[in-house]
Design a protein around this ligand. Structure first.
Ligand code: FPP
Length: 276
């Protein structure tokens, strides 16, 4: 136990992230490297296209989500391997309840299966799990599983794994405003003291930095109510593959696109010249 804790504490991201793409993709491509200073601290992913992936193969939408869960496992591992600080995944939105009973049931079953099969490895890897969204609106078994995962990993100091479940961005902002209003009503907060930092602390992502890179698969180019506050200055990278086909080689390509971007946050380039 003591040595396990010690290993977790002293785990450090490698100085250079080297990915043997050839090995990952089983095709001949050179190994690629990114210095940690060019890595995003917080990556958010909209895992889109499970249904289309399944349809193209004559399979059920639920089978597409099962394949999507396999992709998700490896992307979480890659994020951990590469020393990404926070990874936020859009797994189930407040709008997704409108899907067929069968599909919602399949997604909920996958969720339960995922948490029971992965929690030991995630905890052992020092991953901290946070659920973004209203857990009270989940079925009882799923609610218990995710609350137990959050409690078990609360003191972990490695990858911050944020899983959005029953999540809606506008609902999150409305909730933050309500939490602040309650503090004002109780006399614990002066409205004058409400600033951006205090507002951000009321969000589900209070422990994570702002999103640096947002990836969406399947060729769609929308935010779909995902982390509207946190992505204000994020770089967006859209990949055309459906989520089940997204692997660590494609993930690394997205990180490379991000590394080549010139982020100015509304200012000018450090040499004083803005790009045309
Ligand atoms: C979007 O594809 C994907 C979803 C709504 C669900 C994403 C969920 C998973 C990848 C797996 C479950 C998560 C966990 C944490 C176990 P879509 O169905 O909208 O695809 P389409 O646009 O092609 O129809």
């Amino acid at each position: 136990m003591f040595f396990e804790r010690l290993t977790k504490l002293f785990r450090r991201p490698p100085e250079y992230i080297t990915v043997a793409v050839a090995q990952a993709q089983r095709v001949s491509q050179p190994a690629q490297a990114l210095p940690p200073s060019r890595l995003p601290r917080h990556v958010a992913i909209i895992m889109d296209g499970n249904g289309r992936w399944a349809q193209a193969r004559g399979m059920s939408r639920s089978a597409g989500h099962a394949a999507g869960t396999e992709a998700l496992r490896d992307i979480i591992r890659a994020s951990d391997d590469w020393g990404i600080e926070a990874l936020s995944l859009y797994a189930f939105s407040t709008e997704n309840w409108a899907r067929s009973k069968e599909e919602v049931g399949a997604l909920m079953a996958l969720l339960l299966k995922y948490f029971s099969s992965e929690i030991d490895e995630l905890d052992e890897k020092n991953v901290r799990i946070t659920i973004l969204g209203d857990v009270d609106g989940l079925p009882e078994a799923q609610r218990e599983a995710v609350i137990s995962a959050m409690e078990r990993t609360r003191d972990n100091t490695g990858l911050k794994l944020n899983i959005a479940l029953n999540y809606g961005g506008r609902a999150e902002l409305t909730r933050a405003a309500r939490l602040l209003a309650e503090q004002v009503r109780e006399g614990a907060l002066d409205p004058e003291d409400i600033d951006e930092d205090l507002f951000a602390q009321q969000l589900y992502t209070a422990d994570s930095p702002d999103v640096d890179l947002l990836i969406r698969t399947s060729g769609e180019q929308r935010l779909s109510n995902f982390l509207p506050w946190q992505t204000t200055y994020a770089e967006f990278v859209f990949d055309t593959v459906n989520w089940p086909d997204f692997d660590r080689a494609r993930y690394m390509k997205c990180l490379q696109v991000y590394a080549d971007r010139d982020r100015r946050f509304g200012g000018v380039k450090s040499d004083g010249e803005a790009k045309p």
